[in-house]
Design a protein around this ligand. Structure first.
Ligand SMILES: Cc1cc2nc3c(=O)[nH]c(=O)nc-3n(C[C@H](O)[C@H](O)[C@H](O)COP(=O)(O)OP(=O)(O)OC[C@H]3O[C@@H](n4cnc5c(N)ncnc54)[C@H](O)[C@@H]3O)c2cc1C
Length: 406
């Protein structure tokens, strides 16, 4: 589906900002691994952070497709700026805007729109990655609130994010009530006691955003900061995770932007690099590579836009379309960046040029936010009409059922 005039104008404006303000520092950010606060200010001042926040909360009420257009433009020039734009429009912010109390929405909108916050979402634990519901971080009832203990890791924004959406297993009177979402704000001096930012996990790519261990040591969360779970704690995790479908579309878009940027670099180089007395773009072997890259990028973009326009439960994108978009865009980014590096030959392999950074940047998207295998499980279940076990107990029950059937 074509973009309307307003969407095309937004994409063009974002591309111009990315070219003039974001692109010049992409290599330096990768080298220093420092969080780009200047880019945060640029993105905020341009109205690109919190653009999906409803108008009555002070945002622009932009659609997910609008956000996707901006994210692709940023990621084409700098994956770090792309990811910041994702997390300041989707993820934890989306969950709060959909389910939060009036005060929680006000707080989150204020942090993102005024302070340029990129909220953090804390799900993954050292022993609970793909099997997220195996998490052992506990929230126990105390008068007036909850006390949280446990460890998360690979938390994007650890040490720079202010708003944290923490998922923990909820216990009341010693009984497991399910999984709930809890909000904590870490803001300089106001650092909540018990929210401890641990070691940085040095990543292969997209190095300008820290991923860290985050520990909760008797972290007290008042009742007012419990994110209301539709259906209560028992059924709430699934509903809260619907918000993650938007995050997945956002991650797919960063991968798409990286691939599109790599293709641009490959085309530009092929036109100027000469071998055998002619530009290498004249060799059919390379033309077919470039054509395949263009086909893959266009297909990924179509899938990402379709997912962004879709409407699943609670107003978030459809889960299966979001999974398909992330699989396709992430794997396209891995392939296209590698092929683009190949077009550059030895120059592509050099650290002075952008191609090796793009290869590293692309690599995270088949892993973070649901691996390509886990997302394929979701797509397979949707076409087979089956439901894969989501927990260790579920897998054990499934194994027992199969054994009994044999
Ligand atoms: C850069 C980056 C940023 C991240 N940011 C965040 C964040 O902000 N917040 C957060 O909570 N988490 C974050 N994560 C964690 C991320 O979501 C997890 O890495 C991901 O869910 C996979 O978990 P795992 O790494 O423990 O892999 P594992 O679950 O241990 O998987 C290992 C391998 O087994 C495969 N596998 C596992 N189960 C199955 C199955 N049932 N069927 C088929 N294959 C299977 C996986 O696909 C994978 O290939 C981030 C990770 C990265 C790399």
């Amino acid at each position: 589906m074509e973009l309307n005039a307003q969407e095309a104008a937004l994409a063009a404006r974002a591309a111009a900002v990315a070219e003039s303000r974001i692109a010049p520092r992409a290599a330096e950010i990768d080298r220093t691994e420092a969080y780009p606060w200047d880019h945060v200010a640029t993105l905020r001042d341009e109205g690109f952070l919190g653009m999906t926040i409803p108008r009555d909360q002070g945002g622009h009420g932009a659609s997910y497709l609008d956000a996707v257009l901006v994210i692709e433009a940023m990621a084409r020039r700098c994956a770090v700026a792309g990811r910041i734009t994702v997390e300041a429009n989707m993820g934890a912010l989306g969950a709060v805007m959909a389910y939060g109390t009036a005060e929680q929405k006000r707080l989150a909108a204020d942090l993102v729109l005024r302070e340029g916050d990129k909220p953090a979402i804390c799900i993954t634990e050292p022993d609970a990655g793909s099997a997220a519901t195996e998490m052992t971080t506990r929230a126990e009832r105390r008068p007036g609130g909850w006390v949280i203990n446990g460890r998360k890791h690979w938390i994007t924004g650890g040490g720079v994010s202010k708003l944290h959406l923490i998922f923990a297993r909820v216990f009341e009177d010693g009984t497991d009530q399910g999984i709930g979402g809890f909000l904590a704000i870490r803001r300089g001096e106001d650092e909540p006691r018990g929210l401890v930012i641990g070691a940085r996990q040095h990543a292969m790519g997209v190095r300008g955003i820290p991923e860290t261990v985050v520990d909760f040591q008797d972290l007290f969360i008042p009742d007012a900061m419990v994110l209301p779970s539709p259906g209560g704690f028992r059924r709430g995790f699934a509903a809260l995770m619907d918000a993650y479908n938007a995050q997945r579309v956002g991650a797919a878009t960063v991968a798409l932007g990286i691939a599109a940027g790599a293709l641009e670099h490959a085309v530009a180089y092929a036109k100027v690099r000469e071998q055998f007395g002619r530009p290498i773009a004249e060799f059919q072997g390379l033309q077919w590579m470039l054509a395949d890259m263009a086909v893959a990028v266009d297909a990924a973009r179509a899938m990402v836009h379709r997912a962004a326009r879709s409407k699943g439960p609670n107003g978030f994108p459809d889960a299966v379309l979001a999974a398909k978009a992330k699989i396709l865009a992430a794997e396209t980014a891995v392939k296209v960046t590698n092929d683009a590096l190949q077009v550059w030959g030895s120059a592509g392999y050099a650290r002075d040029n952008p191609m090796e950074r793009l290869v590293r940047d692309a690599r995270m998207f088949t892993i973070a936010g649901g691996t390509a295998q886990i997302l394929r499980n979701l797509v397979a279940a949707s076409i087979l009409g089956t439901r894969l076990p989501q927990t260790r107990d579920g897998w054990l029950r499934e194994a027992a059922r199969r054994t009994a059937a044999e």
